[in-house]
Write a protein that binds this ligand. Structure first.
Ligand SMILES: NC(=O)c1ccc[n+]([C@@H]2O[C@H](COP(=O)([O-])OP(=O)(O)OC[C@H]3O[C@@H](n4cnc5c(N)ncnc54)[C@H](OP(=O)(O)O)[C@@H]3O)[C@@H](O)[C@H]2O)c1
Length: 258
């Protein structure tokens, strides 16, 4: 039996849609208080209303995680509204496509600044409150791409996701004396608005490659994050948890479906 996360203050970046909103829904249903962020104010407010309809207390903060000052604003608002922060889920991320041969400096910088920079700045801003809680939890949403697999046209993205895991491992060591755990979940292909943008052909190819025969649901990631945020996960730090329906497992040529 896990101790409930009722009233824990949970910051989820990039929670106006997709995996972030799925994570926020799972915590809302578990009685947590939520701080959600995104750049588009209208979409963020719609997400906040959806979560409030689940009876959750929600603070919606427009913030670009690539900007350290926005992350500080997000953490300050969390502390002002709820008195502290127990959990940070660094989820916000982008996955634009670019071929290795033609990738531009701007494409590389934007992806690294959002995915790696956003993880670093959001953790840095929330850190004093996480330490003060006495049981701080950080869960970074990385990916199987770059950490375990290679995906053509996503080399810069894969590099940013592998960099997140490198950051997680060192941050875990640095923050362990403060009882703050730092872990990463590595989603496979999860049905989100962002993934749908990659087109129907990509989606059907990816579905066929998953032994469980379906794309992941956003709540599949939410439940993994919830586990890592529980009191009972307090001795797990610096680890990666793959949530992919078995996508990375099949041996070459064996086929994904048994
Ligand atoms: N979907 C998958 O199959 C999959 C697989 C592996 C890993 N992931 C990872 O999961 C995370 C979420 O992916 P998703 O598929 O849910 O994406 P999505 O549907 O495109 O949603 C992304 C969310 O992040 C926000 N966001 C993007 N850039 C931001 C920034 N600079 N500052 C603040 N918020 C920002 C977006 O809101 P605004 O645009 O309004 O800012 C939106 O709320 C990403 O880190 C991604 O790498 C996804």
């Amino acid at each position: 039996m896990f101790t409930p996360v009722t009233d824990r203050v949970v910051v989820v970046t990039g929670a106006s849609r997709g995996i972030g909103l799925g994570i926020a829904r799972v915590f809302a249903a578990s009685g947590a208080r939520l701080v959600i962020t995104g750049r588009d104010a209208g979409r963020l407010e719609e997400a906040a209303d959806e979560l409030r309809a689940l009876d959750a207390q929600v603070e919606a903060v427009v913030a670009d995680v690539a900007r350290p000052e926005d992350c500080q604003h997000m953490a300050d608002r969390a502390v002002q509204r709820f008195g502290g922060i127990d959990v940070l889920c660094a989820n916000a991320g982008i996955y634009p496509q670019a071929a290795v041969a033609t990738m531009t400096p701007d494409e590389l910088v934007e992806t690294m600044t959002t995915n790696l920079g956003g993880t670093v700045w959001s953790l840095q801003a929330c850190l004093p409150a996480l330490v003060a809680s006495g049981h701080g939890r950080v869960v970074v949403v990385s990916s199987i791409t770059g950490t375990l697999t290679g995906l053509p046209r996503f080399a810069h993205y894969g590099a940013s996701k592998a960099a997140q895991v490198g950051f997680v491992r060192t941050a875990a060591v640095e923050l362990a004396p403060h009882a703050v755990t730092v872990n990463a979940v590595l989603p496979g292909n999860i049905a989100t608005e962002g993934l749908a943008g990659l087109g129907p052909e990509y989606l059907s190819q990816m579905t066929a490659a998953i032994p469980m025969g379906r794309l992941g649901a956003v709540e599949d990631i939410g439940h993994a994050v919830l586990f890592l945020a529980t009191d009972e996960a307090r001795f797990i730090t610096g680890q990666t948890l793959v949530v992919d329906g078995g996508q990375v497992l099949p041996e070459a040529g064996a086929g994904a479906q048994g």
